[in-house]
Write a protein that binds this ligand. Structure first.
Ligand SMILES: *[C@@H]1O[C@H](CO)[C@@H](O)[C@H](O)[C@H]1NC(C)=O
Ligand SMILES: *[C@@H]1O[C@H](CO)[C@@H](O)[C@H](O)[C@H]1NC(C)=O
Ligand SMILES: *[C@@H]1O[C@H](CO)[C@@H](O)[C@H](O)[C@H]1NC(C)=O
Ligand SMILES: *[C@@H]1O[C@H](CO)[C@@H](O)[C@H](O)[C@H]1NC(C)=O
Ligand SMILES: *[C@@H]1O[C@H](CO)[C@@H](O)[C@H](O)[C@H]1NC(C)=O
Ligand SMILES: *[C@@H]1O[C@H](CO)[C@@H](O)[C@H](O)[C@H]1NC(C)=O
Ligand SMILES: *[C@@H]1O[C@H](CO)[C@@H](O)[C@H](O)[C@H]1NC(C)=O
Length: 648
């Protein structure tokens, strides 16, 4: 098997791969014999590789075309059999099978490793970079046609949660060429995104769910000192920019006098803790506290708070209602000192006890300031923050807006906060002043005991437009509430008498008293009908003021009969009507003096009417009715209920 022309000095450093190369076992060589001297066996490469031509043996320099299944690619499109004679480990020249591959530039290079089908698209190993705001990768593509149609997308994976709002991101880019970098940036930290590179419609080349890196958290939104306990508190941070691992507090104490450093403390608490009580607070020192959230990326921005334990202990005398009495009465109170409040007789403080407290809170500029505060003891014994000026209140109150006066009742809601007096209250409701003719008012004296802290008091049925006095008192002599109230007006009674003065043709009626309401005027309806067949002729409505008790209809047509109604008017409207019917001929006038008689007449009249042509008093003439008789004198009020004479 020795080959000529091999110099012993031709020493090459043998590649470690030689052992895996086509150095067949001696038995196989012997079987094939000398004929095979300068050939290459079919190489033992990637089984997916297709060789063309596909043979068991190739002669020296024979070219073979390589190919791979879809989306895979061979590193060489062509290989060539090229054996070499090299000294073996004993220095003896030996024929060694070998292959050359045609590189991209067309040059033949020696193949030193196993030839494998490679994925045509690759995210280059080690190039996928995920930061807090971007995802970046380098890719290569060697499938000639597909590489021109690749699409890379980057999108928010899953919905954003309410505590950590994540913006929807859908970045899309077309990738071209054989290699490149795809970058997805302006992302939010600590958020999942899906990265996909595909060849539409359906070939996925790469797909990965990636979370951007954590950053440091925001500063805690609120940091305050609960002065009553001396405990620092802050609002928990959401794990939006990174998992919150805990909080770091720096507490620095300095001298309040000269600002010189006294003490520094660093405390780290875990994420479930949102409060810390500094172990000792030295009087005469001022404290600066910073609180920072911690994530894997480190500590975030700090919230600051500054306070002085010495000041925290006191509250100035509060500027409340000057009638309030404080016991003890001091210019300054210590923290947690209880103060009793009282008011002059008939008044009551909203709290019987208050307590000095105080809180350090950020002011409008975000700068922490100490705010004096008072707590008040509510009736249940709980201490609540006092948010407004404390004032002496009337112990008894008719609740504003609850006093309701109607035509027949008076109603009110009351509250009482005087512990003993509230059990002995008496409410009365009585007619104010004697009843005067012509308005007879019934004597009313309702009395009721009121109990408890609140309730409703209602006067019994009352008369309209009548003045009553409502009084709530604690016998024998304390008046808590008293008021003169007039019930609302109703419509008046009907005028008692209505008659026609036959000599003048004037209607007259008796003035109504203002018993059920102030009489504002009278409303007259005058209807004329034919005396023969009862057919409608004319309708007139007239309103006169309250001082007028007579009315002369402007014209009376012979052969017609008239129906007149008179109603009194109050603020509540028109009352019941008095009726009168008469015939126009002065010589034939049949005055019916009293409307009581009229009832009979009216019945007959209406019966005639029903048998006749219809149309009733008070109805406006409709166009289908026969025209009224010839007009004797022209007047604006003729056949018009709208032409009424206005009052006053
Ligand atoms: C990715 O490619 C760009 C240019 O194509 C190169 O500058 C960068 O170094 C590559 N990144 C890595 C991690 O190899
Ligand atoms: C990327 O492709 C260009 C030509 O398209 C080539 O010159 C360059 O060497 C390639 N880079 C890599 C890292 O393959
Ligand atoms: C708190 O103290 C630590 C350690 O001394 C320091 O690194 C950090 O910056 C301090 N934080 C603030 C907000 O000053
Ligand atoms: C945080 O600390 C509290 C009290 O020290 C403990 O009960 C809790 O299990 C801790 N939580 C974590 C997440 O370490
Ligand atoms: C008065 O109190 C009664 C019950 O106590 C209540 O139903 C009513 O709404 C109150 N009236 C007003 C005007 O608040
Ligand atoms: C008087 O006429 C007016 C207007 O047409 C009507 O509202 C009122 O009810 C009449 N009065 C009577 C007692 O018929
Ligand atoms: C009512 O009318 C009369 C006559 O028109 C007039 O003198 C009087 O002042 C009026 N009264 C009122 C209250 O309007």
């Amino acid at each position: 098997m020795a080959l000529p022309g091999l110099a012993l000095g031709f020493l090459l450093v043998l590649s470690p791969l030689l052992g895996t190369q086509e150095q067949r076992d001696p038995a196989a060589r012997a079987r094939r014999g000398a004929r095979d001297a300068e050939t290459c066996q079919r190489p033992l490469w990637d089984p997916r590789l297709r060789l063309t031509p596909d043979q068991e043996e190739y002669s020296q320099n024979e070219e073979v075309t390589l190919s791979c299944p879809k989306i895979f690619q061979a590193p060489f499109t062509h290989v060539r059999c090229a054996g070499e004679v090299q000294p073996n480990i004993h220095g003896k020249p030996t024929y060694i099978e070998g292959w050359l591959g045609k590189g991209t530039g067309g040059a033949w290079i020696r193949i030193r490793s196993k030839v494998e089908c490679m994925e045509a698209f690759q995210v280059m190993p080690g190039t996928l970079e995920v930061s807090t705001t971007s995802i970046k990768l380098n890719w290569t593509c060697s499938l000639p046609d597909a590489c021109q149609r690749m699409q890379a997308t980057c999108r928010l994976a899953g919905p954003s949660s309410p505590s950590c709002e994540a913006e929807e991101v859908t970045a899309k880019e077309i990738l071209h060429g054989q290699n490149g970098t795809f970058t997805c940036d302006h992302l939010q930290p600590f958020t999942f995104y899906s990265i996909t590179i595909s060849v539409p419609p359906s070939t996925i080349l790469f797909s990965r769910l990636l979370r951007t890196k954590a950053t440091v958290p925001e500063k805690p939104e609120r940091l305050w000192l609960d002065a009553s306990t001396g405990t620092l508190r802050w609002q928990a941070l959401p794990s939006c920019k990174g998992e919150i691992l805990g909080y770091q507090l720096n507490v620095t104490a300095r001298s309040a006098q000269d600002g010189s450093f006294l003490e520094f403390q660093k405390v780290t608490v875990n994420s479930s803790v949102t409060q810390y009580t500094p172990p000792r607070q030295m009087p005469g020192s001022k404290y600066t506290v910073t609180v920072q959230g911690l994530t894997a990326a480190g500590a975030g921005d700090a919230s600051y708070l500054e306070f002085q334990p010495s000041v925290l202990g006191t509250c100035q005398k509060p500027w409340w209602d000057p009638r309030l009495r404080l016991a003890p009465d001091q210019e300054e109170y210590h923290r947690n000192e209880e103060v009793m409040l009282s008011c002059p007789e008939g008044f009551q403080p909203p709290f019987t006890h208050v307590r000095c407290a105080g809180e350090v809170q950020p002011n409008i500029h975000g700068k922490p300031v100490y705010i004096e505060e008072w707590l008040g003891k509510d009736p249940g014994g709980a201490w609540i923050h006092i948010r407004s000026k404390v004032e002496c209140m009337e112990a008894f109150q008719v609740m504003p807006g609850t006093l309701e006066v109607s035509t027949t009742s008076i109603k009110l809601n009351w509250t009482c906060s005087l512990p003993d007096a509230c059990q002995r209250m008496q409410a009365t409701c009585r007619l104010a002043g004697p009843s005067s003719p012509p308005c007879e008012a019934e004597e009313v004296t309702a009395q009721e005991m009121l109990h408890g802290h609140k309730g409703t008091f209602t006067c019994p049925p009352l008369q309209p437009f009548t003045v009553y006095s409502v009084t709530i008192s604690v016998p024998p002599s304390t008046i808590l509430f008293t008021r003169l109230l007039r019930t609302k007006a109703t419509v008046p009674e009907k005028p008692e008498r209505l008659w026609l003065d036959a000599s003048t043709g004037t209607l007259q009626w008796q003035a109504l008293p203002s018993c059920k309401g102030e009489i504002l005027g009278y409303q007259l309806n005058v209807t004329a009908r034919s005396a023969q067949d009862g057919s409608f002729l004319e309708f007139q409505q007239v309103t006169v003021n309250s001082s007028v008790t007579q009315y002369t209809p402007p014209r009376q047509m012979p052969g017609s009969k008239y129906t007149v109604t008179v109603q009194g008017l109050t603020a509540a409207g028109a009352g019941d009507a008095s009726y009168l019917e008469f015939q126009a001929y002065v010589s034939e006038l049949q005055p019916y003096e009293n409307s009581d008689h009229y009832c009979v007449i009216k019945e007959r009249f209406l019966a005639e009417e029903d048998a006749g042509r219809g149309g009733r008093a008070g109805e406006r003439p409709s166009l289908s009715l026969p025209l009224p008789l010839p007009i004797l004198e022209s007047s604006g009020i003729r056949q018009s209920s709208e032409g009424e004479e206005k009052m006053g």
